[in-house]
Ligand binder design. Structure first.
Ligand code: HEC
Length: 110
């Protein structure tokens, strides 16, 4: 009887430990993914300002007035060659479509 109880409680704590471990891993994944998204979008801050808020009188177009959809449309246009530009066409070609989508979602007007 005792041994059975002991076994059950060992099993229960093993399961609890596993659940705890996997939720910690999930939280870590979410943090890493958030960092990845912010990191991708941070590339744009040099010219467009932090979080797309723009550098006033910086001579660069402000993008904080655009929605995610509008930003994505522009980025895809620069990538495909449909839109002309000095810098953006070269820059946009360096990203996968998924990365452009992530960036647009990160920077778009909310
Ligand atoms: C080195 C400076 C520079 C960097 C870095 C940069 N941009 Fe640009 N961006 C420009 C310039 C200059 C233009 C005007 C078009 C051109 O000449 O390429 C522009 C135009 C745009 C436009 C169109 C704005 C409009 O109203 O038509 C969007 C959207 C945009 N950039 C998004 C981004 C995103 C997103 C990133 C980050 C992946 C980024 N830019 C990084 C300089 C930059």
């Amino acid at each position: 009887m005792r041994a059975k109880y002991l076994k059950a409680s060992i099993l229960a704590s093993a399961i609890l430990g596993l659940v705890h471990w996997s939720s910690a891993a999930l939280a870590q994944n979410a943090a890493a993914s958030d960092l990845y998204k912010r990191g991708l979008a941070a590339t744009c801050a040099n010219c467009h300002g932090t979080d797309g808020k723009g550098v006033v009188d910086g001579g660069m177009p402000l993008i904080n007035n655009l929605t995610s959809g509008q930003i994505l449309e522009k980025l895809k246009g620069y990538k495909s060659g449909a839109l002309e530009g000095t810098i953006m066409p070269q820059l946009a070609k360096g990203y996968t479509d998924e990365q452009l989508e992530t960036i647009a979602n990160q920077l778009g007007k909310r």
